[in-house]
Each structure stands twice: as structure tokens, then as C-alpha cells.
Design a protein around this ligand. Structure first.
Ligand code: SF4
Length: 76
């Protein structure tokens, strides 16, 4: 059976933050499920009024990417 409302409420917790990509400073909310970012929503900040550009909305797959360095590979 198709869920006509989608699964946008299917997350464990919310973390409010600021988009890291540029100096506009859009405020956003990370929706977290199983300790991974499931999706991102804009929240009502003075610079963005709930909106996000395409990078701010969809550009967070790098956080959990397999190729992301999570330890030091060269110590001088
Ligand atoms: S959502 Fe877009 S415009 Fe807003 S801070 Fe992030 S990159 Fe900049």
C-alpha cells in the first residue's frame, strides 16, 4: 500500500544548525535517523526565511561518504 504522506516524519531527532557552504548563513534543521542525516529542512532564519538553495538542501551526502577521511593519514 502506498503511503501518500511519504516518510518525512520518520526520523529520531532534529539538530538545528547553520549551513556551512557559504556566507549567507541559512539556518537549517538536520533530521537524523540511526545517527545519519536523513534529510535537511530550512528553518526560519533572518537570511533564508525557511528556504535553502540546492546545496544547502541536498549537499550533505559527504558527511557519511565512505571516502571521507576520518583519521589522520600523515603525521609530520
Ligand atoms: S543554503 Fe545555500 S545560500 Fe544558504 S548558506 Fe547554504 S549554500 Fe549558502
Amino acid at each position: 500500500m502506498t503511503n501518500k504522506h511519504g516518510d518525512s516524519q520518520d526520523y529520531d531527532r532534529e539538530v538545528k544548525s547553520v549551513c556551512p557552504y557559504c556566507g549567507v548563513g541559512c539556518q537549517l534543521s538536520f533530521k537524523i535517523k540511526d545517527d545519519k542525516i536523513k534529510y535537511v529542512e530550512g528553518i526560519n532564519g533572518p537570511a533564508n526565511e525557511n528556504r535553502l538553495c540546492v546545496k544547502g538542501r541536498f549537499g550533505f551526502d559527504y558527511v557519511h561518504h565512505d571516502h571521507r577521511l576520518n583519521h589522520t593519514i600523515n603525521q609530520a
